[in-house]
Design a protein around this ligand. Structure first.
Ligand SMILES: Cc1cc2nc3c(=O)[nH]c(=O)nc-3n(C[C@H](O)[C@H](O)[C@H](O)COP(=O)(O)O)c2cc1C
Length: 242
């Protein structure tokens, strides 16, 4: 997809999704039930977690610690570096920058959802591949695996908006692991589409999980990640009870 096509496409997506997304990141309202759901998971005293290794081939989870209650949190995210809209050629993907901050703040393990077949480094070429995958409802194979998904109670799930949805590899992730008893907290980066209903798509893919209030922000805002952006993410985490 060429830029000239992509820009009007995004305007249509923005109108259709009526997302109300602003230029910079804003702290979403968080229902008290969301905070209660987080607290319930954090306060659970049972430390005998099932050692569910479903989907495991090689552990690629990087450990950054546990919460003080011993309950582990996972930040799983899809993010692509290289050439992208607004930000040009980047060494680290926009969503990854937010993911790393969240993992540090909440003391979580992290897992980078990467496809076995990498996406093209060029923006236009990547758009074409992503569009075709969406059309095909593809489930691209992902590299590595999460070490014992059963040990996690809370999963932050980060992704960019691609063509008004999550990249298809995020669906691969959601279908590969049993997340049914988890609290899932989505966060996304985009360039105008906002969440685009992806929180509902996650709930549809994992009906038994509790999907909490998501954070969304512009990719360029995430890439810059200045003190205001940091404050926004921190306030959202505070509201959720982290
Ligand atoms: C294949 C592709 C499709 C995209 N589709 C959309 C879109 O539909 N709406 C939107 O707001 N931004 C869209 N974007 C912009 C990305 O959502 C945005 O740049 C995001 O921050 C990228 O995150 P990442 O660097 O973590 O991969 C698209 C970008 C790419 C590469």
């Amino acid at each position: 997809m060429k830029r000239i096509v992509f820009i009007p496409f995004m305007i249509i997506v923005m109108l259709l999704t009526a997302c109300g997304s602003s230029e910079s990141a804003s702290v979403p309202d968080v229902a008290s039930s969301d905070k209660a759901a987080v607290q319930e998971k954090l306060n659970k005293t049972d430390s005998s977690k099932p050692d569910d290794d479903s989907g495991k081939d090689a552990d690629s989870t990087s450990s950054q610690g546990e919460t003080s209650s011993g309950k582990k949190i996972l930040v799983a995210y899809f993010s692509r570096a290289d050439e992208n809209y607004k930000v040009g050629n980047i060494e680290k993907g926009n969503t990854q920058i937010v993911a790393e901050y969240i993992a540090k703040e909440v003391g979580a393990d992290s897992f980078h959802i990467e496809t076995v077949t990498p996406y093209p480094t060029g923006y236009d070429e990547c758009c074409d591949v992503a569009k075709q995958e969406q059309k095909d409802k593809a489930r691209p194979e992902i590299k590595g695996s999460v070490d014992s998904i059963g040990q996690y109670d809370i999963v932050f799930l980060g992704y960019p908006i691609w063509w008004g949805d999550m990249p298809m590899a995020v669906y691969t992730f959601l279908e590969k692991y049993d997340l049914s008893d988890k609290v899932i907290i989505p966060f996304c980066t985009h360039e105008g589409s906002g969440l685009s209903g992806t929180d509902k798509n996650i709930a549809g893919a994992v009906p038994k999980a509790q999907v909490l209030t998501a954070l969304d922000m512009r990719g360029a805002t995430a890439q810059e990640f200045n003190s205001d952006t940091q404050k926004t993410v921190r306030e959202w985490l505070d509201k959720l009870g982290f």
